[in-house]
Design a binder for this molecule. Sequence first.
Ligand code: GLA
Length: 765
Amino acid sequence: MIEIKDKTVYCQTQNTSYWFGINDYQHPVHYYFGPKIPLQDVAPLQRDHVVAYGSSVELGYLYSLDQEALEISFSGKGDFREVAYEISDLKQDALSHLRVTKVFLNDHIDFPKAFFYPRITDSVQQVVVQLVDDYHPIRLELFYTVYEEEDVILRHQRIINEGADIVLINRLMSLQLDLNEQGFEVITANGTWGREAQLTKDRINSGTLIHQSRTGASSNLSNPGLILKKPQICYGFNLIYSGNHYNSVSVNYDGSTRVLSGINPQTFSWNLKPQESFETPLAICTTGHTEAQVSNHFHQFIKNRIVPTAPFPKPITYNHWEGTFFDYNHKKLISFAKKAKECGMDLFVIDDGWFGKRDQDNCSLGDYFENTNKFPQGLKNTIQQIRDLGLKVGLWVEPEMISEDSECYRQHPHWVVGKPNHLRAKGRNQWILDLCQTEVQDYIVDHVGRLIDEYQVDYIKWDMNRHHSDQFSCVLENQKEFDVRFQMALVSILRRIFIERKHVFLEMCSSGGNRFDLGMLSVAQQIWTSDNTDAMDRLKIQEGTALFYPLSVLSNHVSGKINTQTLRKTSLSTRFNVACFGALGYELDLNLCSKVELDEIKEQIEFYKKVQELILKGDFMVTETDNPNRVCWQVKNGKQALVGYFGKMNSGLQPREKLRVLDLESQTMYSIESKPQRLMLDQFGELLKHVAKFPIHPYGSIMNLLSHYKTIQDGVFKTSASGALLAQGIVLNDLYLGTGYHESIRLWGDFGSTLYVVKEIENET
Ligand code: GLA
């Protein structure tokens, strides 16, 4: 609900309030953002201007912009903090003075047309603040779109050139939030390739903390999601944008905190021609008492309003990439497809290498014509055979890129990003296609569209495997427009291909999670979380990603026994127990799996299908444990929860362990049962000599053969408890300590884990 009263705008959502107003100087000032409070006069929230700071600059008696909580800031009139708006004329005259001329409820919802935006329904309202700049002939509009149900406020800005000359936009952030308090911890998800979304917590007491991307994508270096946390209050932000972003948090000398979020001004400027307008991407902001509440608001909003409706249940994917890399052909794929189907998988993805002469990563990007060596009878034939087995089929593409060794490059050398006749940096042996050229956009739309239609694929994995460099396009007058123009073109390409092909399930990928953002999720149902499939590393990667994004969009695969990134050996059960917290897939050489491994995969898939709704629709949270060697995740939906309890390094000295499950009905009784899982015999080494009924070499060929067929049960656990007791913790069964075996002992070793299913016990009447 939005109410405008006496120059104050009250935005009320189900659980939060956002209030701002227009002061006597016609500046938009911030009053309150936090847990919901009933409407009242804002006088107690207004600053009483009774003292002046010695060296400050005043626009009126005791009125200094540097000490005001503003909704939009500009430089040149005494606000010395980082500002949200900076424009100039071509002579670099950058003086500005923004004043509000009008505030009104919009009779329709205006969103930036060149970028993705969320779904709108009746319960959404928008208020617009219109401003003029005394020094430039522009009109600026600040938009606040209120999603009452999801407790989310969207912010964006539009600038219109009403003069006769070009105006240069040097920065225009999507969001500014000035809070009259300090002492926040700033939580972000940073990293790099294979180490995405590592949560970092920085306490900021002075100066400015900047998290940004300059790579041409939201990047694996710094995700655009941001949380500010204090003991009683948290604020959460994110951008619906996939390009270079900039999030800054500054603490001012007067104890206030300014948050700015939007397009990275360091890599941006824009020539705004007469009568033209420029709109920023949308920024999400939300608030709650705790980090978990903010995370939950993000999740609900993304599920309800951003991600295109996905088929449910989601297909369980088989992808051969880690099992083969480029070394595959028709025969190998069919043998995998048969096993994938037997195990219960639904979708078979043919990854990189099916086109051109691509047997390595140094050629053929741009030439999406089937590789006749790998598919002598044609790719259509392979696809048909896979489909005949009862599987859906998907293809990998990397449409924004071009290989030097490709027909595409030989025919269109001028399509490559960068200055002609200069050395252009390559990444993974490839260059970038200049999406700013309309000819290139049409080529991608036609090419990918043709592929989907001709091969009738059900799924596309859209990859993008390098950071941008050499940002120069022969069609641009101002090269600092490159990054944003590239994003606008990408949005337009994706819309043109996928809006009319809604049946295609789209998974985004960028060397794993290099573009895990709300821009991509506006068109794709899920994103490949990381190229790093090591279960232990994934505990951190998935946890960081899941703080900002719901489990339903995290694509996770169970990969081989010895991880190709870390060389770590992890049990099949733990690989699954981690991967199942999201959209599940398998990515290993199925021909190398033993009979018992294939049986276990089959059981895992049967189990996952039963709890998929709980996982993909439920509320996820990380539960704190006393033991730094343990990680505990839970996802809860209605009367059920699934808990993942994971161990890192084992030790014979593990203290007694408690399992806590939160947010259940305290008076209700629940059953708690471990998911059955198998232990492979080859895990026990010489111990087997002591239990075997006949002499056996623990590392010999008979043992090897036996371990293909025999397994033992691990850590069977079953009990019941009330929700209240589960919140305090129930005692778990013992870990193996070297003294005997019982089926309820947890034989975890290093990197062990167990899943627990928690279900409400229906009262018998
Ligand atoms: C990227 C992706 C992988 C795989 C390869 C293929 O690295 O993240 O999943 O598709 O490309 O080249």
